[in-house]
Design a protein around this ligand. Structure first.
Ligand SMILES: [Zn+2]
Length: 169
């Protein structure tokens, strides 16, 4: 969290939220580009270049930015929940939380929940050979929303209705 006395700018944004610990940890690795998307596996010589493509579309390299923001599947998802992600990257996750706040009156937890579920959806396609499904992804997001509700600050629990409406469109 600190390097030479300087605190990482995203530390409090991630660790200060009410998201479950494993989601905080996922986001912590994500902003440092350390989740195991195929570009990272390629760099570690775990997959070959010809196997480093996106599992959901024809892109030849799967990066975290691609998986979350520029893959057509992810683009469809963000459009569906009415969050503008044009130009958003892992480096500008705060822009995502601002866009999400404008769309669904949410705190940073909503963006974390969406990124977490996009990752879990991707893993279900890769490891369980499930078909890619926007409907299934939205359903998982709604289930998490209900589970997370009581974790949120009391003042923010009423936002959950807006989350669920965005995830039900
Ligand atoms: Zn893709």
């Amino acid at each position: 969290m600190r390097f030479r006395g300087v605190r990482a700018g995203f530390a409090s944004m991630i660790w200060g939220t009410r998201a479950p610990s494993r989601v905080k940890f996922f986001c912590w690795l994500l902003v440092q580009r350390r989740i195991h998307t195929r570009d990272v596996l390629l760099r570690k010589c775990i997959v070959a270049a010809e196997d480093a493509g996106c599992p959901l579309c024809s892109a030849t390299l799967e990066t975290a930015d691609h998986m979350l923001f520029s893959c057509p599947f992810a683009t469809n998802f963000w459009q569906k929940v009415n969050v503008a992600v044009d130009g958003v990257t892992i480096c500008t996750l705060s822009a995502l939380t601002t866009a999400a706040a404008a769309a669904v009156d949410s705190e940073v937890e909503f963006s974390m929940l969406c990124c977490w579920q996009l990752w879990k959806h991707r893993n279900a396609v890769v490891f369980q050979q499930l078909p890619s499904s926007l409907a299934r992804l939205l359903c998982c997001c709604r289930e998490d929303t209900v589970l997370w509700r009581d974790r949120l600050l009391k003042a923010h629990r009423s936002d959950v209705g807006a989350w669920l409406r965005a995830l039900s469109q």
